[in-house]
Structures are given as C-alpha cells and as structure tokens.
Design a protein around this ligand. Structure first.
Ligand SMILES: Cc1ncc(COP(=O)(O)O)c(C=O)c1O
Length: 414
C-alpha cells in the first residue's frame, strides 16, 4: 500500500492513517470450554484434590525446562511467594526497578522487606545493573529483575553482582535473553495470568524454580503454611492463601497451548514495526539488545522532544487522532513507583511507617523520571495483520513529520 506523507494530519482534519479497523481479539475457545466442563463434571474446584492445577504446573515447568512450577492466584501473589520462599529476614533490602507494576512491590512490603529503587536503562527502560551496583549495601539480600514490557533485563549484568535474583516475568512470556528464557536464569521467577497478559485466566500467577526447597516453601506460602503433602496442620511461618482454583487452572492450562504462537506473532509484528520506524524523524523504538527476543507485552517508543518541538502528550493526542490508540506518560501511572503516595508517605500499614526506613525523593532515579515525559506505549496484539503494522507506522511517521515540519516552519519564521 502506498502512503502519502504529504497528507494532512488527522488533528488538522486530514484522513486517519488507520484506514482499516483493528482485528477482533478472541482469546478463549473450545479447549478452555472443554477443560472447564471437565472441572465442573469432576465436582472438584479445590486444587489440592483436583487435576488441572497440577497439570498446569507440570506443563508450564516442562515448557520452561524447569523442575517446579507453583500456581497461585495472581502475579502479585507470585512475586510475594517468590520472595517469601527465599525466607529473607524482615528489614532486608531488595533492589527493584523504578518502573514496574505495583504488583512487584506489594508482597515485598508484606514481607517487611525494604525496597531500594534502581534507575533504568535509557534505551530499554529495564533495570540498569550499574545503578543496582551503586545501591548495594550490607543489607541487600535480593534483586528483583522485571523484564519490562516483554524485553529481558540485562541478566548477565545483574547475575554478575552475586546477589540472588528473582525474575518478575509478568510481562515476559517466552522472552529470550542470549538463548535462555526469561524466568530460567534467577533463583526463582514469577508470572502473571491477569487479563492484560499474553495469556490469561482472569487472574492467576505461576512461580518457577529448579530448587526443591524453594518449591516446598512456595507450596506452603500458597496455602496458609498448611503442610498438606505431609498432612500436618501446624503453620510455622506467616503465609497467605494464594490458591489457584481448578477453574482458573483449567483456563490457564488451555491458554498454554496458545502462548508460543502469541509471542512468535508479536515478535514478528514488533520487529517489523521497528524496521518501518527506522526512517521516521524523532522517534526511537525501545532498543532490543543483540541476543534478546522481545515478546512485546507492549510496544514502546521514545519521542525526541527537542527535534520534534512537541510534548509526548501532544504526540500521543495526534497519534490517537490518526486512529491509533496509545498512551503518553502512562507507564505505571505516569510516575516511577517510588513517587506513589505509599512510598512518599511511608504508609504501607496504618499507624506505622514499617517497613520503610528511608525517604524516597524526586530525583532518585532521573532516567526513570524523564521516561514519563518522553515515551509512548501502545498495545501490539498477535491478531494484527501486516496492514495494521504498516498503518501504525504510517500514522507515527505522519505525526512525527507533522511536528518536525512545524518546528522547521517556526524556526524559519522566527
Ligand atoms: C511486572 C509486573 N509484576 C507484577 C504484576 C502483578 O500481576 P497481577 O496483576 O496478576 O497481580 C504485574 C501486572 O501488571 C506486572 O506487570
């Protein structure tokens, strides 16, 4: 299809760049229905006495070449379980990226652990090992590596620091780093099955590890520390009920059939969009380092505000007018995690500042803070066709050229 960049931008009354509607998104089908019916017919919804959650755990561990998977009720629960399984003393510091979902932090706070925020890499927005290194103290006990937007964090750089790494793979199914899958490199890893993720059972999570002891503690952590396998009801540590039900397990198990295809399609589409944006002025897609396979939970690009003479919000609005949904300033609600009220006010629990023992300040992670005024995020669904990608690229190109042209006009007339 030929695209005419001299066309007026949609915000000035021109035709929308997105000529064709986005395809419908069907995410569940016959297999999900069949497994659900099997659960109902079995009359057993409780994982411990059922079959689907066990099958899910077995299949997912095998898909990742890991020994153990423990399924649970959400990605937030999965991070909590992963940290809980490490049995870190309360008051230990855990280094986390400044840009992530609150779900990466919730369990950490419940465990009485102190989050220490590291800055992110300006080209990938993943946690920056150099910043992590600068934050290590005698109390550092773990690093939480979040594979942001479906792109693997710099795992070599993190593992080299010699501190246990927990991988938060909520956004990163089948994402690869130098030939290894994200989720197989740290001591333990967590995944999310919430509505927005590559695969979903409404809400759910999974924990992966090779370590028998970590698997055992994780299995207790899901279940109020009841030792069901040994038939002992005598909890010896504080553990929530994070059980996955057989209904969730049935849907999640069926979804496993889809995940590789979803990620392959998203990777192909994202790679194509990167190519098409290469010549667009003032727009830089998230860098995919050599050896990484991006799984595109989201598609991100940075706007060169100086070159285009606009704000990311203005860019975003012009792109939305072209029929291309997107968000500016919106990664994790428009600010790094440590600028949320809970960290600013140290208000995790009523009546105490526990577990916080420090002040989190604006300026702590400048790269992360700047990212919010420079980056645009978009969904990239596996159902998209090549035409969708071409029209998205055309829309981005049109908007970028529009702002670049306006800036030149303003400079000339000034
Ligand atoms: C990086 C990351 N960690 C944890 C979570 C929490 O997962 P859930 O919403 O399933 O609790 C999310 C969810 O968005 C996430 O993106």
């Amino acid at each position: 299809m030929a695209f005419d960049y001299s066309e007026k931008p949609a915000i000035e009354g021109g035709p929308k760049a997105k000529r064709t509607p986005f395809p419908a998104r069907e995410r569940h089908g016959e297999l999900e229905k069949r497994y659900l019916a099997e659960v109902i017919d079995s009359d057993m919804l409780f994982y411990f006495a059922g079959t689907k959650v066990y099958e899910l755990q077995k299949r997912f561990a095998a898909m990742y070449g890991k020994k153990h998977c423990v399924a649970c009720s959400s990605g937030t629960a999965a991070v909590h379980i992963a940290l809980g399984a490490l049995r870190l003393p309360a008051g230990s510091e855990v280094i986390v990226p400044a840009i992530t979902d609150m779900g990466s932090l919730t369990g950490l706070l419940y465990q009485g652990l102190v989050p220490v925020f590291a800055d992110v890499d300006p080209d990938t927005l993943n946690i920056d090992p150099a910043s992590v290194r600068r934050r290590i103290t005698a109390r550092t006990r773990a690093i939480l590596a979040v594979h942001h937007s479906g792109l693997a964090a710099d795992m070599d750089g993190l593992l080299d620091l010699g501190i246990p790494v927990v991988e938060d793979c909520a956004q990163a199914y089948y994402c690869e780093y130098k030939g290894r899958l994200a989720g197989t490199m740290g001591a333990i890893a967590s995944f999310s099955l919430n509505h927005f993720k590559h695969i979903t059972c409404g809400s759910g999570g999974m924990v992966l590890t090779d370590d028998d002891q970590l698997r055992y503690v994780a299995s207790l952590f899901v279940d109020k520390c009841f030792q069901r396998e040994e038939k002992i009801r005598n909890p010896f540590f504080l553990a929530p009920n994070y059980q996955m039900t057989e209904l969730q397990g049935a849907v999640a198990l069926a979804q496993l059939e889809r995940v590789e295809g979803i990620v392959t399609a998203r990777n192909r589409l994202g790679t194509r969009l990167n190519e098409l944006l290469r010549e667009v002025p003032g727009v830089t897609p998230q860098k995919v380092p050599t050896g990484s396979r991006h799984s595109y939970f989201m598609y991100l690009f940075r706007v060169d505000l100086e070159r285009l003479g606009c704000t990311a919000r203005e860019f975003s609005a012009a792109l939305a007018a072209e029929g291309i949904p997107n968000e500016a300033h919106q990664i994790t609600g428009g600010r790094p995690v440590y600028l949320y009220d809970i960290f600013q006010n140290r208000s995790a629990f009523p009546g105490t500042e526990y577990p916080f023992d420090r002040v989190y300040r604006k300026g702590d992670c400048p790269v992360a803070e700047e990212a919010y005024s420079r980056w645009i995020t978009m969904s990239l669904y596996e159902q998209y066709a090549e035409t969708d990608i071409e029209e998205i690229a055309f829309g981005i190109g049109k908007v970028a050229r529009h702002f670049a042209g306006m800036r030149i006009e303003r400079t000339v007339s000034a």
